[in-house]
Design a binder for this molecule. Sequence first.
Ligand SMILES: *Cc1c(COP(=O)(O)O)cnc(C)c1O
Length: 381
Amino acid sequence: MLLMIPGPIELSPAVKGAAALPAPSHVAPELVAAFGRVLGGMRQVWRAPEGAQPFVLAGSGTLAMEMAVCNVVDPGDAVVVVDTGYFSARMAIMLERRGAQVQLVSAEPGHTVAPDEVEAALQQRPARAVFVTHVDTSTGVRADVQGIARVAKAHGALVVVDGVCATAAERLDQDADGVDVYLTASQKAVGAPPGLAMLVASPGALAARAQLSHLPPLSMDFDAWRPVMKGYESGSPSYFATPATSLILAADAAFADLNASGVEASWSRHQATADRMRAAWQHLGLTLLPHDEAIAANPLSAIRYPDGVDASFLAGVRERGVVLAGGLHPKRKTQYFRVGHMGWVTTRPDLLAATVRAIGESLSDAGHRGDIDAAVVAVAG
Ligand SMILES: *Cc1c(COP(=O)(O)O)cnc(C)c1O
């Protein structure tokens, strides 16, 4: 089975090998070295500013989101949430539970929010922080994080970006773009198994934690984890809560893959893959949920079902050995499906071609005709 969903994803042989090793102790020398390399690797992939702190916790992307919320926002703080779909809505719920005053700036499914709209919201009411989902995995839309961050900074707001799915697949320079928290999870474009929450906090975000009047839960407190992360990076481990040691070994292999050719190469490969996949969708007579290709995300495609086809066609794709995902946006769920094309598969045109062929043939079974051979050539070259 070929796992072509927007995470978890197919893993490289090196990552699979590392994940299969016996779980080391949290203070074993090989684990300490691997943990240190993961944190250093994050600094490179994120392009973290001087004085930033990377964190890796056992947990999923949702934990990383909550960790960001409760370390930079106090109850009563005003915040802006750029709402592009399912995951921004989740962020807003977390902020409400933290007691923040949440102002949503919302886009219709398949659309994004312009920096001007964020500017207008900030002019109406200053905010402590602006929250953005880099790639909204529910709609396949990419937000203009750079433009939104510029506006937020000009209004003195912190910038928190949910990069789950986007990190390593979409251009982002945490330092140059002025992003205070950039967070992700191991199972998306980073290319490791699920189970690690990853986050880099800028000096501004760390200062926000220091100034909180209501402390975050201990298990996700920047200040509780900082000495542990610093310890791993300097080669002297200390215990606070047991890290997911097997996953750290797998993440170490994933970052070694990423940093061997550099994050720039990873961004370009994801862009080129997305371009080829979009050419294939055209040959198959398919259209995207994002209303404009310029905002269509690189790590996945959200594709409308053509007339006469519905979610039952996904079973035909699975029978051909490829697993896809259904729709996720509550307003449009039944109208589209999703294909992940991130991580290791971006180095394997043969697997991308097998995916396109399985989709083309199943559509054909459902009565929708496209040019399957042309679509396969578009991805396989
Ligand atoms: C997958 C995803 C999440 C949630 O991550 P989990 O690991 O499932 O908790 C959050 N935000 C975005 C944009 C995602 O793609």
